[in-house]
Write a protein that binds this ligand. Sequence first.
Ligand code: J9T
Length: 246
Amino acid sequence: MRIDVLTIFPEYLAPLELSLLGKARRQGLVDLHVHDLRDWTHDRHRTVDDSPLGGGAGMVMKPEPWAEAFAAVRAAGRAEMGEQAQPLVVFPNPAGAPFAQATAQAWSEREWIVFACGRYEGIDERVYEHLDAEGYEVALASLGDYVLNGGEVAVLAITEAVVRLVPGVVGNAESLREESHAEGLLEYPLYTRPAAWTDPAGTLREVPPILLSGDHAKIAAWRRERSLERTAERRPDLLGPAPTEG
Ligand code: J9T
């Protein structure tokens, strides 16, 4: 998988070099390219923003650097991957579709993702129109109902969620299938040794005895019940719409 990131704060993406993604890169499974949007400006101050037409607070990102950046990144990617290659362009945005585990799963099967990090109040609307007209596949993705100062932190989160699902990246495929959200349920409670533990307040805390029984079918059934119970308690929305009366 190739990942390009367009940002005015390339150093903000440094954590992508670490741990999981670092391993995926060393294994040749992920090819990451972080770009400074200002490389596609032509004035002395490398200007990427201007005041909103029609008035209002804050600044809006100018269209020209974005259009040049997308053209250059698409050409560079196609030069490596072939002229048929089509990136998915992702704009992290609180007005986007909620990013969820199913999104991460679908995107982990993509050949190429280009993340575009907006800053300031937003990006000139004509950038989206232009990308549409040029045949780019574009997605807006939201991490939740809150606002960030820019898309960079969202790209860190989305990239980690996606890359760990790329086949071969996490050694243990079983742990991916069993984990929270894999089946649309929250994870069951986990325990390790000691099976009987006296906490610092002097209370004896024992693990549920069934986990020591060696009966794998019973353990699986118990875990499923706990997952359902937890999901109903903490995230009832994941179980579907509440039943209505009558
Ligand atoms: C600038 O981007 C955001 O504020 C953002 C991006 C993705 N999800 C959010 N909830 C906010």
